[in-house]
Design a protein around this ligand. Structure first.
Ligand SMILES: [Cu+2]
Length: 127
């Protein structure tokens, strides 16, 4: 038991140390980056992506939800992410770890275009 307590304290101390460098990998840093590492949704309805341009912080998981009567299939030009055909109410999620601009289309209806803009994750506030 004593040994276990020591171990736990050691873990907490280590987590605090690592929080500055690797906030996303530690329990201590989790709260600090919670706002950045969040989720966002793109709605598909009437052959339109809404919002057409979605800006998120790196680490955000974007979920597309097909609320249309027609199937749609998400894909970006570089093949970074690609969904199966989404039927009504189906969803597809992709986590954007890297900052950048990711234009995508519906590969069934290529005139349907959207864009995910990924900003660098917010800096961790000093504890
Ligand atoms: Cu489509």
């Amino acid at each position: 038991m004593l040994r276990q307590k020591t171990y736990l304290l050691g873990t907490v101390g280590m987590a605090a140390l690592l929080a500055a460098a690797l906030p996303r990998l530690t329990a201590a840093g989790e709260t600090a980056v919670k706002a950045a590492a969040s989720t966002a949704t793109v709605q598909i309805d009437n052959f339109v992506f809404t919002p057409a341009t979605l800006t998120v912080a790196a680490g955000t998981t974007v979920t597309w939800k097909n609320e249309d009567d027609s199937p749609h299939r998400i894909g970006d030009k570089d093949g970074t992410f690609k969904s199966a055909a989404l039927d009504t109410d189906d969803t597809f999620s992709h986590t954007f770890a890297t900052p950048g601009v990711f234009p995508y289309i519906c590969t069934i209806h290529p005139y349907m275009v959207g864009k995910i803009v990924v900003k660098p994750a917010a800096k961790t506030p000093s504890n």
